[in-house]
Design a protein around this ligand. Structure first.
Ligand code: ATP
Ligand code: MG
Length: 386
């Protein structure tokens, strides 16, 4: 009897997408191929599952680790592939050594298969009991769950455990957006969460060299590189904010400095989006975290752009954001002590409830269009690859 070791990949949510289902599945397959570029394997799609086969077993754990970062996948199983016939399944299961409590969990994707899932579970449960003296059925809290899936390709997959993956939607399936990437803890997490919802991520970082150091910029490049573990490749726009900050510092009320900085960042971000054909702006703001993230502040910064602004962390506590940052591997870089441009000339008491009217009034003392134009024209663009 032929037995073959494979990786059985499970994906979620795609079924919600009706007509777009095939597009999504195609994209997911492409993303998997790209993630595993350089390795020898083959890929098969059979409704509801993707199967990776013909790989060298010594690289199996590397493949799994990489696949865990592919958005759209919800689980991976190390499985054995056998013929999807009742007799061959029984024969294979009779060779398994199982001790203690167990249950069989069967799925029959192909309704032409002669037994229902429940019947197959019963038959295979008997087979296990006959061949293993100490085995005992426990449907609720078994030590071992024997999963058996008969799929449309006429094959059956047998496995014990499900390895969790990132979930979400295939990268690129929701379009492309621009992440405002600072050196802090929050914005990389925001980028990760939106990429997980299918957005391909581009990034912009504002620096105030020489008030901010070369290391601060390097830190942001490192963060972008860490994000490429999930998002494949990031086009990073590095924009000088120095002159803009000096102008704001000289011409505007100290308490409105951050408000006006934010408004100019948003305007520049929107211009980059228009030029690069990106559909939204992403920030790491969280309601009430600092003065610039009150409802009123967000309203005043939001009012200068017409593209949607995604703030996936808006309802998150700092603790929760930190936990995700640790989990995705950006935390250690984020806490390096290099200063962000927002901390240069920082006012002691930034306004907590700014108004659009006042911000517009103060902005009359600045030549925003020219400043923004110059900043964009002198940007540095890096393509960050994994
Ligand atoms: P983070 O941890 O992401 O730095 P934060 O808690 O420090 O966030 P702020 O400094 O108020 O909060 O920044 C709010 C958001 O504005 C950031 O999450 C980021 O999206 C954007 N932002 C702030 N500074 C910069 C910058 N220098 N370049 C690009 N985006 C920035
Ligand atoms: Mg910050």
């Amino acid at each position: 009897m032929e037995e073959k070791r494979v990786l059985l990949l499970k994906f979620g949510e795609l079924f919600l997408k009706g007509k777009n289902k095939h597009e999504f599945e195609k994209l997911l397959m492409e993303n998997i191929r790209r993630k595993l570029a350089g390795f020898d394997f083959s890929l098969e799609f059979t409704s509801g599952r993707i199967i990776i086969e013909n790989y060298d077993e010594s690289i199996e754990s590397v493949l799994i680790q990489k696949l865990q970062t592919v958005f759209g996948l919800i689980g991976i199983a190390r499985a054995v592939e056998i013929e999807g016939e009742v007799e061959s399944i029984k024969s294979y299961v009779s060779s398994l050594k199982i001790s203690g409590t167990f249950r069989v969990s069967a799925k029959r994707a192909d309704k032409r298969f002669p037994l229902t899932s429940v019947e197959l579970e019963k038959v295979l449960g008997e087979v296990v009991l006959q061949n293993n003296e100490s085995a005992k059925v426990d449907l609720h809290t078994p030590k071992t769950t024997l999963n058996v899936e008969v799929r449309f390709n006429g094959k059956c997959y047998v496995y014990y455990e499900n390895i969790r993956c990132a979930g979400g939607l295939p990268l690129g399936s929701a379009g492309e957006a621009l992440l405002l990437l600072s050196g802090g803890i929050d914005s990389p997490v925001a980028g990760y969460l939106m990429a997980k919802r299918g957005l391909k991520i581009h990034a912009v970082h504002f620096h105030s060299y020489p008030y901010t150091s070369e290391q601060a910029k390097e830190k942001v490049i490192t963060l972008a590189r860490e994000l490429t573990n999930y998002v494949d490749e990031i086009k990073l726009h590095i924009v000088s904010f120095t002159k803009i900050q000096e102008q704001i510092h000289m011409n505007c009320d100290a308490e409105y400095m951050i408000t006006i900085m934010r408004r100019i960042m948003m305007r520049i971000a929107e211009k980059i989006c228009q030029r690069e054909n990106l559909g939204a702006i992403i920030t790491g703001e969280s309601l009430g975290q600092v003065a610039s993230q009150t409802m009123q502040s967000i309203n005043v910064t939001n009012s200068v752009v017409s593209l949607p602004v995604f703030r996936p962390l808006i309802g998150f506590d700092k603790e929760d954001i930190m936990a995700i940052a640790k989990n995705i591997g950006t935390y250690d870089t984020s806490i390096l002590p290099y200063e962000d441009c927002c901390t240069v000339f920082l006012p002691k008491y930034p306004v907590i409830k700014p108004t659009i009217k006042r911000a517009e009034h103060l902005e009359r003392y600045l030549n925003i269009d020219a400043l923004a134009k110059e900043a964009i024209e002198t940007e540095e663009v890096l393509i960050i690859k994994n």
